[in-house]
Design a protein around this ligand. Structure first.
Ligand SMILES: [Zn+2]
Length: 374
């Protein structure tokens, strides 16, 4: 073999080796930093995006806080302090979002959620209270209106607009209260016409909780004629004595009236005023409380005010309103309860029910119908 030829071959081999080494070194020198830079870049990007997403979350929460606060209600100081915090955070948001600011937002977010939950519980309780109202006697149109307001309320609740939702419930409550009165007034008129057209000899006295109830729904037979109740008279006399010690003069100017006396009285009124107006202040025969012997029309020193609307302004009427319950008497037709009793307010008409019952009427405008659940 040619030595020179071998060495030439050897030289080529060595050169190739060097070239490969060079390339490898070059590769490491060039590629290494690229690779390393790449890893570094990815890492910092991840940190940045993490920071960015947590900032985004804070901003999102803050947006929700701002949106919610105008739809929530509650303690005014609490709400105002949250509004102040919102303004404060808003002013700081132009700078970097610091950890401190993020915490502030997150605290506020928790507070808002708590108030939201409170509002929801409160509204649900309120709505349940209204729903428990009896819609007896409401006509289709009135039921339709109730449903309409209820649906608006449900929408507002779903939208988390609690302030407006509460306003809707208030609207619903007042509508139901108004219609309840109208419906009961309609109902009383109907049952009154029906009951008073029945044969009076077949009627049975209605007693609830031991109390004889006489109103436009429950009448008495024409034969029911007990005379003035002795117990009620005694109670009245006791009341009269006590009142006089306070300079109050009381006179029971009309108590027991039998069926036929009431019949004459009522028909006289109808002849003078017409039936509908008469029905607001005088009972048809068989439907007067005076027939029970337990009703006392009480006046004061000024006779001209007996059974008159203006009697209510007298010291005697005020004394009676405050004290009659102590003697077993109740104000039978309170002001504002015409829809329940079927009669205009009579500041002079008292009904004896006994102290054990009358004590429940202290300082209230409760009607006997309400007391007996009728
Ligand atoms: Zn009377």
């Amino acid at each position: 073999m040619n030595k020179r030829h071998i060495s030439k071959k050897q030289a080529l081999k060595n050169r190739t080796k060097r070239l490969v080494l060079f390339i490898v070194i070059l590769g490491v020198v060039i590629y290494g930093p690229i690779k390393f830079k790449h890893i570094k870049l990815n890492k910092s990007q991840a940190v940045a995006s993490e920071r960015f997403s947590s900032e985004l979350e804070s901003i999102q929460e803050f947006k929700e806080i701002k949106k919610s606060i105008d739809n929530l209600y509650g303690d005014e100081d609490k709400i105002n302090s949250i509004k102040k915090s919102i303004a404060n955070i808003q002013s700081k948001l132009n700078d970097n979002i610091t950890e401190e600011l993020k915490n502030e937002i997150s605290d506020l977010y928790a507070k808002i959620n708590e108030i939201s939950a409170e509002n929801e519980r409160d509204l649900e309780a309120y709505s349940n209270k209204i729903n428990s109202e009896d819609l007896k006697g409401f006509n289709d149109e009135e039921i339709g209106k109730v449903n309409e307001i209820t649906n608006s309320y449900t929408d507002l609740f779903k939208e988390k607009n609690y302030i407006d939702a509460r306003e809707k419930l208030k609207e619903l409550e007042s509508y139901v209260q108004d219609i309840k009165k109208e419906a009961n007034t309609r109902r009383i008129k109907e049952v009154y016409d029906e009951a008073s057209n029945e044969d009076p000899s077949t009627r049975e006295p209605k007693v609830v909780k031991g109390i004889l109830i006489v109103n436009k729904e429950y009448g008495l037979p024409d034969t029911y004629a007990p005379g003035e109740s002795e117990e009620a008279r005694q109670a009245f006399e006791n009341m009269k004595v006590d009142a006089s010690k306070e300079g109050i003069y009381l006179n029971a100017f009309s108590t027991y009236r039998n069926y036929w006396a009431q019949n004459r009285l009522y028909n006289n009124y109808v002849a003078n005023y017409g039936q509908d107006p008469t029905d607001t202040f005088s009972a048809r025969a068989g439907f007067s409380e005076h027939q029970t012997g337990l009703a006392f029309d009480i006046g004061g020193a000024d006779r001209s005010l007996w059974a008159m609307e203006d009697f209510k302004y007298t010291d005697e009427a005020k004394w009676l309103k405050e004290n009659a319950y102590k003697y077993g008497f109740i104000l039978r037709y309170p002001e504002g309860k015409e829809w329940k009793t079927g009669y205009m307010h009579e500041s002079w008409h008292f009904r004896y029910v006994g102290v054990e019952h009358s004590e429940n009427f202290k300082d209230s405008d409760l009607t006997l119908e309400e007391y007996l659940g009728l």
